[in-house]
Ligand binder design. Structure first.
Ligand code: MSP
Length: 501
């Protein structure tokens, strides 16, 4: 994260298409945002975190027809699945926006008029290769092996349509990227965007007449507004547009849009150009992550290689699913999702390293020390040990603020391994006749466990709350109640069904 001009932070997921059921890719983007939001809340920021569904467009209209439903019935149903997923993965969002809501339709129509009043919209005719799966037009020279550069099948389409004068923004965008070097993260994506913009921006078709499931163009209702223009505006609708017209509430200029790598162009080129045209300041940053790969291919419904986040959460709990996706993916790059690696990471850290350490220390205090340790002042090796834990955790937070989420967890894991080494070397269970020493070691360990638990709590909030409920450190004496195992070991020889449709 770059420097803050206030302590507000506005975090968004892309709004998800409702033509398909939610899968691990969707769950991932939301989990990353949720963890980033929880972490920053814990660190004192005033955070607003929003998500939602993208419900218009030809693709949705067609999926509804195919399933024998009206678009509204169809979108109500699938949008609900995305809401349910939020509960399943334990996301703590502040709002959920649907593009079919009145507040959004009003916002998009207002935004359109602003673009029009500023002279950036004109009527023309469009012909081009249309990729229905990705709702985007391409030119001849952009096709790869007869398909769109996004991999979708294309058809030639011709229609009267309104255009946005994107070409007028080429230099302004390049100047903006130059002045705001953090605007697009990571650098690899920034470089791609810059070379795309440098290669020349053509005006963008922003209305359609070939279907009707969309927001009508104000004043020309034969046209519906291009679904990407409609969808991008969600980010300001949900932040109070058009009432909050200038978006100068402190959240917007600290807005971070988390997106998958395939939609960076829409967020880092079209969206800033629309905002510039409408006279609205730009968000702080576009942060892009890679794809989850299953058997070497992008996981998606259309490819039929989908693992089901609901099944993972049901079998192993949302905390461990959240931990796995954050730990396994090198943020920004692609990652391979597999059950064996899930089990391996779960067992080695959550069950054995962290979980087992909490269990053995707290149950020792509960069983052998009447569930009590006295608070004592610490120095020497005890204080050094806790300082080491603090250092790892602080390094972890710094990495998380730079979106190095897997490395943040590596630091928390390092802290747990330092704590395990400490307790192994101090051997409290072997101390028979030095109550003061025993108390000091256990008190130090309880302090370490609390620190590590807080550090991982944005990722594993349920386990963290449970663990902290076993410890009452409010008085002179720390009281420990009977602990329960946080993460039961998974038997890797068992068969688990984690695939969805
Ligand atoms: N509706 C648009 C976004 C509009 S935002 C103004 C859209 N929706 S989507 O449902 O297709 O995808 C939303 C997010 O899910 C993207 O961030 C995308 O990268 C992510 N994922 C979808 N499949 C994915 C993987 N296999 N792996 C990781 N994330 C991917 O695009």
């Amino acid at each position: 994260m770059t420097t803050q001009s206030n302590n507000k932070l506005y975090i968004t997921t892309p709004i998800y298409y409702v033509n398909a059921k939610p899968h691990i890719g969707h769950a991932y983007t939301t989990i990353v945002c949720d963890i980033y939001a929880r972490l920053n809340k814990m660190l004192g920021y005033d955070v607003k975190f929003v998500t939602g569904t993208d419900e218009h467009g030809k693709k949705v209209e067609q999926s509804a027809v195919n399933s024998g439903k009206t678009p509204q019935e169809f979108t109500d149903e699938i949008s609900q699945l995305f809401r349910d997923l939020l509960v399943t993965i334990n996301a703590n969002n502040d709002d959920f926006i649907r593009t079919t809501e009145e507040r959004h339709k009003k916002s998009v129509a207002f935004f359109w008029r602003k673009l029009q009043e500023a002279g950036y919209i004109y009527l023309g005719e469009y012909s081009g290769w249309y990729d229905m799966r990705n709702e985007a037009y391409f030119n001849d020279d952009e096709l790869i092996d007869g398909k769109s550069p996004l991999g979708g099948e294309v058809t030639m389409m011709r229609e009267p349509c309104y255009f946005f004068k994107l070409s007028a923004f080429q230099d302004k965008l390049l100047a903006y990227y130059e002045e705001h070097r953090d605007f697009i993260y990571p650098d690899s994506r920034r470089n791609e965007v810059i070379s795309f913009v440098k290669s020349g921006l053509k005006d963008l078709a922003i209305s359609r007449t070939t279907f009707s499931w969309g927001i009508p163009v104000p004043g020309d209702e034969k046209h519906v507004i291009y679904v990407w223009l409609d969808a991008l505006v969600n980010y300001i609708t949900v932040n109070g547009y058009p009432d909050n017209q200038q978006q100068n509430d402190g959240y917007w200029n600290n807005a971070i849009h988390f997106v998958g790598k395939e939609i960076v162009r829409f967020h880092a080129v079209y969206w800033p150009a629309f905002l510039m045209a409408a006279g609205i300041p730009l968000p702080k940053q576009i942060v892009s992550h890679g794809w989850w790969i299953s058997n070497g291919e992008k996981m998606s419904k259309s490819l039929g290689n989908v693992q089901d986040p609901n099944k993972y959460c049901k079998l192993f709990g949302s905390d461990s699913f959240r931990y796995y996706v954050l730990r396994e993916m090198s943020f920004g790059e692609d990652g391979n999702f597999s059950l064996p690696s899930f089990i391996n990471r779960y067992n080695s850290f959550l069950a054995n390293s962290y979980g087992n350490m909490c269990q053995r220390v707290l149950s020792f205090i509960y069983n052998k020390c009447d569930g009590q340790v006295k608070k004592v002042s610490l120095d020497g090796e005890y204080q050094d040990f806790l300082n080491n834990i603090d250092k790892e955790i602080q390094d972890g937070y710094d990495l998380a603020q730079k979106y190095q989420f897997n490395r943040y967890l590596e630091k928390v894991e390092k802290a747990a391994s330092i704590a395990n080494q400490f307790v192994d070397s101090q051997k409290p269970w072997a101390i028979k006749d030095d109550a003061e020493l025993l108390n000091k070691i256990l008190y130090t360990m309880v302090a370490a466990i609390i620190k590590i638990t807080k550090a991982i709590s944005p990722v594993t909030p349920i386990a963290a709350e449970k663990l902290l409920s076993f410890i009452d450190a409010s008085g002179d004496v720390v009281k420990v109640s009977q602990p329960e195992v946080l993460f039961n070991k998974i038997d890797e020889t068992q068969d688990f069904d984690v695939y969805g449709d």
